[in-house]
Design a protein around this ligand. Structure first.
Ligand code: RAT
Ligand code: ZN
Length: 428
């Protein structure tokens, strides 16, 4: 009979082992808004970008007594100073986005007791951006980041068209919101790029759209396609969005094996004056996702929903469809208490067959705090769950802790992405 200490490791010893396993597991971050350094200024980094992150801009507007247009007319350094003054100096920086800046600065070695913005600026200004990229990725424990790449972005597109040497730690995902959500404009843009499409979604046009998806997937070496969706997304439907999905996106993804990532629940422009900071959240009807998974068993769908109230239903869907991969605590859900709640629920309902988090970082340095904070919430859940296994005698050797950590930190998404689904294995 085993002695009881090996059956029931003290939770602090277990916590140490879990922390170590998670910290030593390189992360594949499956959704960010970062750019390969070859994109130059599109890759945001440094203190002024950290302070003008749209999550913080939304918060500073709660105190600012100036019109939004006045704020936007200021140079970035001045906007950053206003954020620093109101959110860090006039009030304690307790929100998740504020705390994130401090976690990041602390990890980079700043003495925060000084609260000295000019010297922080000076330090960033003296960094070599290329070396800084590797330093940040390493400090964050991130092996690769997946970008969000849009052929509809006029700053980004020419860089792809010209071609560049890829940084091996930056992967691509083809983002197609304008294609699916604004077909009148998208059709014009595709036509201007030489694709044989018209405003009407007939066979010729859908073939042209598939050609567009094919060309851009190849050019970017995109691992998957992505779209964010409003809460009222429906499928099947007579909408142009649904027709484009069934007539072009799904056949394309089936042919290439790329997953299609759907992110329902965003209400764009709830307060348009706040620009990027002005989007909101709504409860989604997930029937459209269920219908997609059921009707297209050989297509792979990766889904993250923005509303907290959608999370349970989404987990239940995950239990029904193996062609559905659930990922991330997205945007307003990326706070420690909600990561904890969602990760716990997902583990209880799906074991380890999901990806608990992506960073959504828009500023390189944010990788540090987004992953430190998320890792610690995930660690707490794992300790609780492994402890309950230990109570009935199921203990895990280090190799199994490492295996589970790798699964959660990108491994499961990689497995899902490379899986080939055979027809009829799930249909009734
Ligand atoms: O989290 C964010 O930064 C949002 O602004 C969005 O970009 C969202 O993550 C998205 O991908 O649409
Ligand atoms: Zn995003």
């Amino acid at each position: 009979m085993n002695d009881s200490s090996s059956l029931k490791p003290s939770s602090s010893a277990l916590a140490r082992r879990v922390r170590e396993a998670l910290r030593n597991t390189p992360i594949d971050d499956i959704h960010t808004h970062l750019y390969d350094p070859a994109f130059g200024e599109l890759l945001l980094w440094g203190i002024d970008d950290l302070l003008t992150y749209h999550y913080l801009v939304a918060e500073v507007f709660r105190y600012l007594d100036i019109p939004a247009a006045t704020f936007w007319s200021l140079p970035k350094v001045r906007q950053a100073e206003l954020v620093w003054e109101h959110l860090f100096k006039n009030h304690s920086p307790l929100s998740e986005a504020c705390r994130g800046v401090l976690t990041t600065l602390n990890a980079l070695g700043f003495d925060l007791r000084k609260r000295d913005l000019p010297s922080i600026r000076k330090w960033f200004a003296s960094q070599d951006p290329n070396k800084h990229v590797d330093r940040v990725l390493d400090l964050a424990g991130v092996r690769t980041v997946c970008m969000t790449n849009s052929p509809f972005d006029d700053l980004e597109r020419p860089v792809w068209e010209k071609g560049f040497r890829r940084h091996e730690r930056f992967k691509a995902a083809l983002r197609i919101d304008p294609l699916l959500l604004d077909w009148p404009n998208a059709s014009r843009k595709l036509y201007q790029q030489g694709y044989s499409v018209s405003r009407t979604l007939n066979t010729r046009t859908l073939t042209g759209v598939r050609q567009f998806l094919n060309d851009w997937s190849n050019r970017m070496k995109a691992g998957f396609l992505m779209v964010s969706l409003p809460p009222n997304f429906e499928f099947p439907a007579k909408t142009e969005c649904a027709q484009l999905i069934s007539g072009a996106v799904l056949p394309h993804c089936q042919e290439t094996g790329q997953p299609f990532a759907l992110m329902p629940g965003v209400k764009r422009g709830v307060n348009p004056a706040l620009q990027l900071a002005g989007d909101g959240v709504g409860l989604s009807k997930l029937d459209g996702i269920a219908n997609l998974c059921a009707a297209h068993p050989t297509n792979k769908f990766a889904v993250t929903a923005l509303a907290r109230e959608n999370q349970h239903e989404l987990c239940v869907l995950g239990r029904k469809f193996r062609n559905l991969h659930i990922f991330g605590c997205w945007w307003f859900l990326n706070t420690p208490s909600l990561i904890h709640e969602m990760t716990r629920m997902r583990i209880e309902l799906m074991g380890l067959s999901f990806t608990p988090q992506h960073s959504d970082a828009r500023v390189l340095d944010q990788l540090i705090y987004k992953w430190r904070h998320s890792r610690s919430a995930i660690e707490q859940v794992l300790v609780e769950k492994y402890s309950s296994l230990a109570e009935v005698g199921w203990t895990l050797p280090h190799s199994e802790l490492k295996r589970d950590a790798a699964t959660l930190m990108g491994g499961e998404f990689n497995r899902f992405s490379s899986m080939t689904l055979k027809p009829n294995t799930m249909s009734p």
